[in-house]
Design a binder for this molecule. Structure first.
Ligand code: COA
Length: 162
């Protein structure tokens, strides 16, 4: 089903191979250990891959979300917004729509890992309804030492309702 959304010049659509350069650029400025273009090509080729992008003007992606789906479960592999486009609600809109599409695709559980010091991402995921299910001690390396990761999960709101 093609459910591309375009409102007020904002487009949310499935990620294509043509988006991988832009995603690699955002990864490079967002993470200490970013996914490189070559990693993204391999990820994109996997049958389990589900990727979504948001383009403010219908062109280059400003925000992306990369998932791997296995049965009725999916993992958020990575997500980011271009540094110049942050705090405009892009990640919130993109992830909200991505979760909706995954739920329509029969996903009942989405899991991710986030560093406990990633204030922006923690607030974003809380807003989207993710809840903590586990903590991995000393999971991420930092210049000053290590920090824990939280494992967060999201389920569609209608799951379990009669
Ligand atoms: C986390 C990230 C994806 C958020 O993207 P974004 O497009 O700026 O997020 P949004 O504008 O949709 O923000 C949605 C909500 O997230 C929270 N948030 C986003 N940035 C925040 C910040 N810098 N500080 C505190 N809360 C923040 C807020 O609750 C915000 O809602 P509000 O603006 O109404 O207060 C972006 O900061 C980023 O790319 N970071 C680097 C990569 C990364 O950490 N990815 C997640 C790895 S787990």
């Amino acid at each position: 089903m093609n459910r591309d959304i375009m409102t007020k010049q904002i487009m949310i659509r499935g990620l294509t191979e043509a988006d991988l350069d832009a995603v690699a650029d955002i990864e490079a400025v967002s993470f200490a250990h970013p996914l490189r273009h070559v990693d993204l090509v391999v990820l994109h080729a996997r049958p389990a891959f589900r990727g979504f992008v948001l383009s403010p003007d219908g062109g280059m992606p400003a925000s992306y979300a990369l998932f791997l789906k296995a049965g009725d479960m999916a993992d958020l592999v990575s997500t980011g917004t271009a540094a110049t486009a942050r705090r405009r609600g892009f990640a919130s809109r993109l992830l909200g729509e991505s979760l909706h599409r995954l739920a329509v695709d029969k996903v009942t559980e989405v899991t991710l890992e986030v560093a406990v010091d990633n204030v922006a991402a923690l607030a974003l995921y809380a807003e989207l309804g993710f809840g903590e299910v586990a903590r991995r001690r000393n999971y991420y390396r930092r210049p000053h030492g290590r920090v824990d990761a939280l494992v967060l999960q999201w389920r569609p709101a209608w799951q379990g309702s009669a």
